[in-house]
Design a protein around this ligand. Sequence first.
Ligand SMILES: [Zn+2]
Length: 367
Amino acid sequence: MTIFPRYTRIVFSVIIGFLLFLTENELVGQEAIKFNTIVIDAGHGGKDPGAIGKMSKEKDIVLDVALKLGAYINEYLPEVKVVYTRSKDVFVPLNKRAEIANKNKADLFVSIHANSISVPSIAGAETFVLGLHRTEENLEVAKKENSVIVLEEDYSTTYEGFDPNSPESYIIFELMQNVHLDQSIHVASLVQNQFHSRVGRNDRGVKQAGFLVLREAAMPSVLVELGFLSNNKEEKFIASEEGKTYMASALYRAIRDYKTEHDEKSKMQDLTQAKIKAKNEIYYRIQIASSKAQIKAGTKIYKKFEDLWEYKEGQYYKYTTRCVSDYNEIVEQLKAVKKEVHDAFVVAFHNDQKINVSDARKMTNDK
Ligand SMILES: [Zn+2]
């Protein structure tokens, strides 16, 4: 007695098989990537000076800090590509900045700014991630940084009617799903820790607000406010050579630590992926030895075949070398191995289980 006719059952199993196939391949396809590109965004520039202090302009301070940061990364993390949204005093529209980061497939986007406020006693550094402001104060910072778009031609079209001064325009940031939020918050807290513990800045914390420059960035991204140019003492510090160097090196250390963590995680993911891959695919190996007693690591055979792999069959420990998914390739490799071990032969595995070589070839459609 069957519920489904034979034809339907076949269709079912084909569909289920196909779904399983998809899942496995999707898992295998997601290879983790190392941190290899950073985009450093010096805010403002050209006709847009940003915040103005008694003795300095935001656009000049942030450009110097950006270039110093880039130089540190070039020197100490030479494998990381540094891309600047601007490396001189020019005006760059906000949407172009994120575009540069996306085009370069950056792993991190760091926008550098300095602040100004009507209360001169306020001082300290703060780092923002994209989101809806929780306080009016955060909204004010976003408004100020976003208002530079009015210097762009046709900004209303570019930003689809976004009005930097209208609180209603910011509601959209509540609806935005930022997949990189956790990582962005983490980078921001590493930055704040460095500013506080290594440079002794007043830590104003990690905050959220709707910054247009971060909105289009398709990677973890932060906006750093180095300090307040409206505070005399702070302006003197962050506008000085020493201050800029300290702030840049603090940013460098935060980014270095993030990269280390990021690459460590990628490595773990790669290992997991490799395990999944090996488990779900057919592999050919070359068997070179078989023994009732287990061969200890460090013995001659292990030195000769660095990739020696052991499996147990019945009472025997069996030892193989090489591991490839292509039958023709293993046959090629067998020729070389046979020069060392005359009676070496090919074995096949599926889900880490030994199977007949002929079955394996049928499963992989080898001719
Ligand atoms: Zn700014």
